[in-house]
Write a protein that binds this ligand. Structure first.
Ligand SMILES: NC(=S)c1ccno1
Length: 259
Protein backbone atom coordinates (compact mmCIF):
# COMPACT_ATOMS: atom_id res chain seq x y z
CA UNK A 1 0.00 0.00 0.00
CA UNK A 2 1.18 3.50 -0.90
CA UNK A 3 0.30 6.34 1.44
CA UNK A 4 0.96 10.04 0.96
CA UNK A 5 0.40 12.76 3.56
CA UNK A 6 0.44 16.45 2.64
CA UNK A 7 0.84 18.87 5.57
CA UNK A 8 2.39 22.22 6.56
CA UNK A 9 3.71 20.40 9.65
CA UNK A 10 5.45 17.30 8.22
CA UNK A 11 7.30 16.81 11.50
CA UNK A 12 3.92 16.07 13.11
CA UNK A 13 3.91 12.76 11.22
CA UNK A 14 7.29 11.64 12.62
CA UNK A 15 5.44 9.22 14.89
CA UNK A 16 4.76 7.14 11.77
CA UNK A 17 8.45 6.19 11.79
CA UNK A 18 7.92 4.32 15.07
CA UNK A 19 6.61 0.93 16.18
CA UNK A 20 4.63 -1.35 13.87
CA UNK A 21 3.91 1.26 11.22
CA UNK A 22 7.57 2.28 11.14
CA UNK A 23 8.63 -1.36 10.83
CA UNK A 24 6.09 -1.95 8.06
CA UNK A 25 7.61 1.00 6.18
CA UNK A 26 11.10 -0.40 6.60
CA UNK A 27 9.85 -3.84 5.50
CA UNK A 28 8.27 -2.33 2.39
CA UNK A 29 4.71 -3.29 3.37
CA UNK A 30 3.74 0.39 3.59
CA UNK A 31 5.25 3.01 1.30
CA UNK A 32 4.59 6.28 3.11
CA UNK A 33 5.72 9.71 1.94
CA UNK A 34 5.11 12.98 3.82
CA UNK A 35 5.06 16.13 1.67
CA UNK A 36 5.43 19.70 2.94
CA UNK A 37 2.68 21.80 1.37
CA UNK A 38 4.83 24.94 1.71
CA UNK A 39 7.16 23.54 -0.97
CA UNK A 40 4.32 24.23 -3.43
CA UNK A 41 3.63 27.81 -2.37
CA UNK A 42 3.97 30.17 -5.34
CA UNK A 43 5.53 33.17 -3.56
CA UNK A 44 8.84 33.78 -1.78
CA UNK A 45 7.10 33.91 1.59
CA UNK A 46 5.79 30.36 0.99
CA UNK A 47 2.24 31.55 1.70
CA UNK A 48 -0.40 28.83 1.97
CA UNK A 49 -3.36 30.75 3.42
CA UNK A 50 -5.35 33.91 2.88
CA UNK A 51 -8.44 35.69 4.22
CA UNK A 52 -11.86 34.12 3.57
CA UNK A 53 -14.17 35.52 0.88
CA UNK A 54 -17.34 36.69 2.57
CA UNK A 55 -15.42 37.72 5.68
CA UNK A 56 -15.26 35.88 8.98
CA UNK A 57 -12.57 34.87 11.42
CA UNK A 58 -9.46 32.93 10.54
CA UNK A 59 -7.74 32.09 7.29
CA UNK A 60 -8.44 29.66 4.44
CA UNK A 61 -5.82 27.47 2.76
CA UNK A 62 -5.08 28.71 -0.78
CA UNK A 63 -6.07 26.38 -3.65
CA UNK A 64 -2.98 26.58 -5.87
CA UNK A 65 -0.40 25.10 -3.46
CA UNK A 66 -2.79 22.21 -2.82
CA UNK A 67 -3.40 21.54 -6.49
CA UNK A 68 0.35 21.58 -7.22
CA UNK A 69 1.13 19.30 -4.27
CA UNK A 70 -1.64 16.80 -5.04
CA UNK A 71 -0.78 16.74 -8.74
CA UNK A 72 2.83 15.97 -7.79
CA UNK A 73 1.61 13.14 -5.54
CA UNK A 74 -0.41 11.77 -8.45
CA UNK A 75 2.49 12.09 -10.89
CA UNK A 76 4.92 10.38 -8.48
CA UNK A 77 2.40 7.60 -7.98
CA UNK A 78 1.93 7.16 -11.71
CA UNK A 79 5.70 7.19 -12.27
CA UNK A 80 5.99 4.38 -9.70
CA UNK A 81 3.29 2.39 -11.47
CA UNK A 82 0.40 3.13 -9.13
CA UNK A 83 -2.83 3.35 -11.13
CA UNK A 84 -5.11 6.36 -11.11
CA UNK A 85 -2.20 8.76 -11.41
CA UNK A 86 -1.76 11.57 -13.91
CA UNK A 87 -3.07 9.46 -16.80
CA UNK A 88 -6.77 8.65 -17.02
CA UNK A 89 -7.71 5.90 -14.53
CA UNK A 90 -8.08 2.69 -16.53
CA UNK A 91 -11.35 1.69 -14.88
CA UNK A 92 -12.47 3.95 -12.01
CA UNK A 93 -15.41 1.62 -11.50
CA UNK A 94 -13.08 -0.85 -9.83
CA UNK A 95 -11.85 1.81 -7.41
CA UNK A 96 -8.34 2.06 -8.83
CA UNK A 97 -8.23 5.82 -8.24
CA UNK A 98 -6.14 7.04 -5.35
CA UNK A 99 -8.36 7.88 -2.37
CA UNK A 100 -7.98 11.45 -1.11
CA UNK A 101 -8.89 11.47 2.57
CA UNK A 102 -9.55 14.91 4.01
CA UNK A 103 -9.83 14.91 7.82
CA UNK A 104 -12.70 17.21 8.75
CA UNK A 105 -15.44 17.47 11.39
CA UNK A 106 -17.73 17.66 8.34
CA UNK A 107 -16.65 14.25 7.11
CA UNK A 108 -17.96 10.66 7.20
CA UNK A 109 -17.29 9.11 10.62
CA UNK A 110 -14.17 6.94 10.51
CA UNK A 111 -14.91 3.45 11.87
CA UNK A 112 -13.22 0.06 11.93
CA UNK A 113 -15.34 -0.88 8.93
CA UNK A 114 -14.07 2.15 7.00
CA UNK A 115 -10.51 1.31 8.09
CA UNK A 116 -10.94 -2.21 6.75
CA UNK A 117 -12.35 -0.93 3.45
CA UNK A 118 -9.48 1.55 3.00
CA UNK A 119 -6.85 -1.04 3.96
CA UNK A 120 -7.69 -2.82 0.71
CA UNK A 121 -7.06 0.20 -1.50
CA UNK A 122 -3.77 0.65 -3.33
CA UNK A 123 -3.03 4.36 -2.81
CA UNK A 124 -4.29 6.60 0.01
CA UNK A 125 -3.53 10.33 0.07
CA UNK A 126 -4.22 12.37 3.21
CA UNK A 127 -4.69 16.14 2.97
CA UNK A 128 -4.10 17.82 6.34
CA UNK A 129 -6.10 21.04 6.45
CA UNK A 130 -5.28 23.81 8.90
CA UNK A 131 -6.77 27.19 9.80
CA UNK A 132 -10.48 27.30 8.75
CA UNK A 133 -9.95 24.66 6.11
CA UNK A 134 -8.99 24.17 2.47
CA UNK A 135 -10.59 26.22 -0.36
CA UNK A 136 -13.54 24.03 -1.44
CA UNK A 137 -12.53 24.30 -5.09
CA UNK A 138 -9.58 22.03 -4.31
CA UNK A 139 -12.00 19.27 -3.33
CA UNK A 140 -13.97 19.82 -6.54
CA UNK A 141 -10.78 19.82 -8.65
CA UNK A 142 -9.48 16.69 -6.89
CA UNK A 143 -12.59 14.70 -7.82
CA UNK A 144 -11.24 14.60 -11.39
CA UNK A 145 -8.42 12.25 -10.33
CA UNK A 146 -9.19 11.01 -6.82
CA UNK A 147 -11.96 9.32 -4.96
CA UNK A 148 -12.44 12.12 -2.40
CA UNK A 149 -13.45 11.08 1.14
CA UNK A 150 -13.88 13.79 3.80
CA UNK A 151 -13.42 11.82 7.05
CA UNK A 152 -14.05 12.63 10.73
CA UNK A 153 -12.64 10.90 13.79
CA UNK A 154 -15.55 12.17 15.82
CA UNK A 155 -17.76 15.12 16.62
CA UNK A 156 -15.09 17.46 17.91
CA UNK A 157 -12.74 20.00 16.35
CA UNK A 158 -8.97 19.70 16.10
CA UNK A 159 -6.55 22.44 15.04
CA UNK A 160 -5.68 20.48 11.92
CA UNK A 161 -5.83 17.13 10.21
CA UNK A 162 -2.44 15.75 11.31
CA UNK A 163 -3.61 14.12 14.55
CA UNK A 164 -6.49 12.49 12.71
CA UNK A 165 -4.12 11.20 10.03
CA UNK A 166 -1.87 9.60 12.66
CA UNK A 167 -4.89 7.71 14.00
CA UNK A 168 -6.24 6.72 10.59
CA UNK A 169 -2.87 5.58 9.22
CA UNK A 170 -2.38 3.38 12.28
CA UNK A 171 -5.92 1.96 12.15
CA UNK A 172 -5.68 1.29 8.40
CA UNK A 173 -2.01 0.28 8.22
CA UNK A 174 -2.30 -2.38 10.93
CA UNK A 175 -4.92 -4.19 8.82
CA UNK A 176 -2.56 -4.53 5.84
CA UNK A 177 -1.47 -8.20 5.66
CA UNK A 178 1.92 -8.74 7.31
CA UNK A 179 1.95 -5.55 9.38
CA UNK A 180 0.63 -7.26 12.51
CA UNK A 181 2.84 -10.30 13.19
CA UNK A 182 -0.01 -12.50 14.40
CA UNK A 183 -3.20 -11.91 12.34
CA UNK A 184 -5.11 -13.72 15.10
CA UNK A 185 -4.68 -10.51 17.13
CA UNK A 186 -7.03 -8.78 14.71
CA UNK A 187 -9.82 -11.28 15.22
CA UNK A 188 -10.97 -10.61 18.79
CA UNK A 189 -10.38 -6.90 19.17
CA UNK A 190 -13.02 -4.24 19.65
CA UNK A 191 -15.29 -3.71 16.66
CA UNK A 192 -13.84 -6.67 14.73
CA UNK A 193 -17.18 -8.47 15.21
CA UNK A 194 -19.37 -5.49 16.05
CA UNK A 195 -18.76 -5.77 19.80
CA UNK A 196 -16.27 -4.27 22.28
CA UNK A 197 -13.43 -6.51 23.38
CA UNK A 198 -13.55 -8.56 26.60
CA UNK A 199 -11.39 -7.67 29.65
CA UNK A 200 -7.88 -9.15 29.69
CA UNK A 201 -5.64 -10.27 32.58
CA UNK A 202 -2.07 -11.49 33.06
CA UNK A 203 0.20 -12.63 35.91
CA UNK A 204 0.08 -12.45 38.86
CA UNK A 205 -3.27 -14.23 39.40
CA UNK A 206 -3.67 -12.30 42.67
CA UNK A 207 -2.69 -8.62 42.69
CA UNK A 208 -3.31 -6.22 45.57
CA UNK A 209 -6.06 -8.54 46.84
CA UNK A 210 -7.71 -8.56 43.42
CA UNK A 211 -8.20 -11.96 41.79
CA UNK A 212 -8.74 -12.80 38.12
CA UNK A 213 -12.00 -14.51 37.02
CA UNK A 214 -11.69 -18.19 38.03
CA UNK A 215 -12.90 -19.44 34.64
CA UNK A 216 -9.66 -18.16 33.08
CA UNK A 217 -7.69 -20.62 35.25
CA UNK A 218 -10.00 -23.56 34.42
CA UNK A 219 -8.23 -24.63 31.24
CA UNK A 220 -11.70 -25.29 29.81
CA UNK A 221 -11.53 -23.55 26.44
CA UNK A 222 -15.28 -23.75 25.80
CA UNK A 223 -16.16 -22.10 29.10
CA UNK A 224 -13.45 -19.48 28.62
CA UNK A 225 -14.75 -18.65 25.13
CA UNK A 226 -18.32 -18.38 26.50
CA UNK A 227 -17.20 -16.14 29.38
CA UNK A 228 -15.31 -13.88 26.98
CA UNK A 229 -18.30 -13.62 24.64
CA UNK A 230 -20.62 -12.82 27.54
CA UNK A 231 -18.23 -10.12 28.73
CA UNK A 232 -18.15 -8.62 25.23
CA UNK A 233 -21.94 -8.46 25.16
CA UNK A 234 -22.22 -7.06 28.71
CA UNK A 235 -19.50 -4.46 28.12
CA UNK A 236 -20.99 -3.40 24.80
CA UNK A 237 -24.52 -3.19 26.24
CA UNK A 238 -23.23 -1.04 29.11
CA UNK A 239 -20.82 1.26 27.26
CA UNK A 240 -22.10 1.31 23.68
CA UNK A 241 -25.75 0.22 23.47
CA UNK A 242 -25.82 1.86 20.05
CA UNK A 243 -23.54 -0.90 18.77
CA UNK A 244 -25.95 -3.57 20.03
CA UNK A 245 -28.83 -1.89 18.17
CA UNK A 246 -26.79 -1.92 14.94
CA UNK A 247 -25.52 -5.49 15.45
CA UNK A 248 -26.40 -7.98 12.73
CA UNK A 249 -28.59 -10.55 14.57
CA UNK A 250 -26.90 -13.28 12.54
CA UNK A 251 -23.74 -12.54 14.56
CA UNK A 252 -25.52 -13.55 17.79
CA UNK A 253 -25.75 -17.23 18.63
CA UNK A 254 -28.57 -18.64 20.83
CA UNK A 255 -26.55 -18.34 24.05
CA UNK A 256 -25.81 -14.69 23.23
CA UNK A 257 -29.50 -13.97 23.45
CA UNK A 258 -29.57 -15.32 27.02
CA UNK A 259 -27.07 -12.75 28.31
N1 LIG B 1 -12.90 15.69 13.83
C1 LIG B 1 -11.86 15.83 12.94
S1 LIG B 1 -11.30 14.51 12.13
C2 LIG B 1 -11.23 17.10 12.71
C3 LIG B 1 -10.31 17.43 11.74
C4 LIG B 1 -10.04 18.77 11.94
N2 LIG B 1 -10.78 19.20 12.97
O1 LIG B 1 -11.51 18.19 13.46
Amino acid sequence: MRLDVVSIFPEYLAALDLSLIGKARRDGLLELTVTDLRNYATDRHRTVDDTPYGGGAGMVMKPEPWALALQDVLDRGAADGHTGGAEEPTSPAVNQRPVLIVPSPAGQVFTQEVARELSEREHLVFACGRYEGIDERVIEWARESFEVRPMSLGDYVLNGGEVAVLAMVEAIGRLVPGVIGNPESLVEESHSDGLLEYPVYTKPASWRDREIPEVLLSGHHGRIARWRRDEQLRRTARRRPDLIEDLDPALLDKQDRDV
